[in-house]
Design a protein around this ligand. Structure first.
Ligand code: KG4
Ligand code: ZN
Length: 364
């Protein structure tokens, strides 16, 4: 019989400070409490995440998030079985804040400490929400990451391809900035796109002419910048409807690239595992309804199941970290006080490194 395990999880790798309590038992996983304190207002004046401000805010807020999560769950530290913490990849100051906080709690309580890869947290979310079995195909698409992975086990992933420059969330954020929309850009661009016509601006679909699952989004952003400048030169400003058309055109281009590369990833996946596949998505951009709908259609083409976690579990949260910690712990993994924060930490160590490190963290 499966042992019941209850973990506290901590997340502080980018601009969300989060703590959560997750219990896993024979009936599956249960989120007993999940607290997320965002930092959007702190970074808003700077148009992007400022690492030093983020690290300071994490250090200030982590204790409160832990207290709130414990209070919501009705548990004390002594009722838990372990403490999981994001140990990378991400903005190093923030990751260090989380690791130090988790170490302090582990020493004080005598509980085991488990360091978690933030990307594994996202990639294992379909198991937290839906209890799906390994293997499955995963599209991890967020502000700092974009990659196709085959998830074989809690710590075993094969990367089929990824972005060679910007991550889609970063492109959404930059697009919002260029068009005078608020941060985070993804939700703002999505709302604007609802009233726009995606056919007015023909933005490029980079790398579709190349085989494989690698992607590129930086050219798209440049095309948008040129289009915006041309509109501003012609109209003396950016009329509301044209801005909506640009958002719709940009979103359609990202969705088309993700859809076509998902087709290729599904083909590759099915070469390895011919049984009915599951395509799961995670990461902040997976919150986008238009992108979800496209990916669902692609999955249907292949007879694949499609799985997208609830929106709150797509963006950064600590429930996924607590759950990934339990998955590691079940495999016998425990860390000691030598656990260190890692700015880069690829999930598939054997795959060639992806390029760049954007504002939103390492694109491991
Ligand atoms: O996973 P996440 O919370 O943080 C990491 O990057 O790890 O993802 C945040 C990113 C931001 O770039 C944000 O603009 C994007 O996800 N995002 C969206 C949407 N909601 C959040 N992008 C497109 N459409 C959305 N609805
Ligand atoms: Zn993330």
């Amino acid at each position: 019989m499966t042992q019941v395990l209850t973990f506290l999880g901590l997340e502080s790798s980018c601009d969300d400070t989060a703590a959560a309590i997750v219990r896993v038992g024979p009936d599956g996983a249960q989120i007993l409490a999940s607290v997320v304190a965002g930092q959007t207002e702190l970074h808003a004046p700077f148009g992007g995440v400022v690492p030093e401000i983020a690290a300071r805010a994490h250090a200030e807020k982590l204790d409160h998030c832990v207290e709130e999560a414990l209070a919501k769950s009705g548990l004390r530290l002594a009722d838990l079985d372990g403490i999981a913490v994001t140990a990378g990849p991400g903005l190093i100051g923030g990751v260090m804040s989380g690791v130090m906080c988790a170490k302090g709690l582990a020493i004080g309580s005598g509980l085991p400490l488990v360091g978690v890869n933030h990307l594994a947290g996202h990639a294992l979310t379909p198991r937290l929400t839906d209890g799906i079995a390994f293997p499955y195909l995963m599209l991890l698409v967020s502000g700092g990451h974009c990659q196709f992975l085959i998830a074989h086990g809690p710590e075993k992933f094969t990367r089929l391809g990824g972005t060679i420059d910007d991550a889609p969330g970063e492109a959404f954020d930059k697009t919002a900035k260029l068009l005078g929309l608020p941060q985070p850009g993804g939700p703002a661009v999505e709302v604007e796109a609802r009233t726009g016509n995606p056919k007015v601006f023909a933005f490029p679909r980079p790398l579709l002419d190349r085989p494989g699952c690698d992607m590129s989004f930086s050219g798209l952003k440049t095309a948008l910048l040129r289009a915006r400048d041309a509109v501003v030169a012609e109209h003396g400003g950016l009329p509301r409807q044209i801005r909506a058309d640009m958002c719709a055109g940009f979103q359609a281009a990202v969705a088309d690239v993700l859809a076509e590369k998902s087709r290729r990833a599904l083909m590759l996946y099915m070469e390895h595992s011919p049984v009915q596949p599951t395509l799961a998505v995670a990461g902040g951009v997976a919150a986008n309804q238009a992108i979800r709908a496209k990916l669902e259609t692609v999955s249907q083409e292949f007879g694949a199941a499609f799985l997208a976690p609830p929106l709150a579990l797509c963006t950064d949260n600590a429930a996924m970290i607590a759950f990934a910690g339990i998955e590691r712990f079940r495999q016998g993994a425990v860390d000691d006080m030598s656990l260190s924060a890692r700015p880069r930490w690829p999930l598939d160590q054997s795959a060639p490194a992806l390029l760049g490190s954007g504002k939103k963290g390492a694109k491991a």
